[in-house]
Write a protein that binds this ligand. Structure first.
Ligand SMILES: C[S@@+](CC[C@H](N)C(=O)[O-])C[C@H]1O[C@@H](n2cnc3c(N)ncnc32)[C@H](O)[C@@H]1O
Length: 222
């Protein structure tokens, strides 16, 4: 009984002490690290969505584009909120985790590369690029196989996968890095099957030949 009492007193005093030792002070939370990483994240997200909208308006005209082209869904907002909560929790309890600058900079590089690949895809496809998957063939819809589409069949999905995982690596968020990788990969793996079902109907043997020759651009998706 006495042992149990000692044990409980020890837990009572040691756990808060451990948390205090590992947690950051307010000045650490608003440190250079946090300001820089959160600013990079804010700018990356803002640039991504505004440029998606601007390109959609450029190619399809303002009347044919809704705010859905900002690509902000409820699930997406939830994921971003979760990643922000992870960041704040970790910078408070494990501030050293955010100081791995080579990891954070690798994430920043992924954000830049992913953004460039995605925007090259949108610009190359032009009017053929629509945020909603076409299920009816329009005469003006041409099969695009040049530029980035000559390297991978789904460059915009490949770019978004790199971009989104990159944002979490940039924030040194281990849980969200794994979560974003699984969720975004799964989303595109399913979407590609659906999208290609219609592309095969629209373009027949030309699409078959293209798909045989060019990889999807999303890992482990044929
Ligand atoms: C959101 S865009 C994505 C395009 C492509 N999957 C990518 O990742 O870059 C979806 C629309 O692009 C069209 N699309 C996809 N690949 C295409 C291609 N190679 N040529 C023409 N249109 C394509 C589909 O019909 C669909 O309506």
């Amino acid at each position: 009984m006495q042992f149990l009492n000692h044990f409980l007193v020890d837990i009572d005093t040691q756990i808060p002490a451990l948390i205090l030792r590992n947690s950051a002070s307010l000045s650490e939370i608003f440190s250079y690290t946090a300001c820089r990483q959160l600013f990079q994240m804010f700018f990356a997200v803002l640039f991504f969505h505004v440029s998606e909208y601007v390109l959609a308006v450029t190619f399809h005209g303002r009347r044919n584009v809704s705010l859905r082209s900002l690509l902000i869904s409820q699930k997406y907002l939830f994921a971003m909120l979760f990643s922000l909560m992870e960041y704040v929790t970790e910078i408070f309890f494990f501030p050293k985790l955010k100081e791995y600058w080579w990891i954070s900079n690798l994430g920043l590089l992924m954000v830049l590369v992913g953004e460039i690949v995605r925007k090259m895809a949108i610009i190359t496809a032009g009017r053929a690029f629509t945020h909603l998957i076409k299920i009816r063939h329009e005469e003006s819809h041409e099969l695009v196989t040049h530029g980035v589409f000559g390297f991978v069949r789904h460059p915009s999905y490949c770019g978004f996968l790199i971009w989104s995982v990159g944002t979490q690596i940039m924030l040194c968020n281990p849980i969200s890095t794994i979560g974003f990788t699984i969720v975004v990969w799964h989303f595109f793996a399913e979407r590609i099957v659906y999208e290609e079902y219609f592309l095969r109907q629209f373009f027949g043997s030309r699409y078959e030949e293209y798909a045989r020759r060019v990889p999807s651009g999303v890992p482990f998706v044929k």
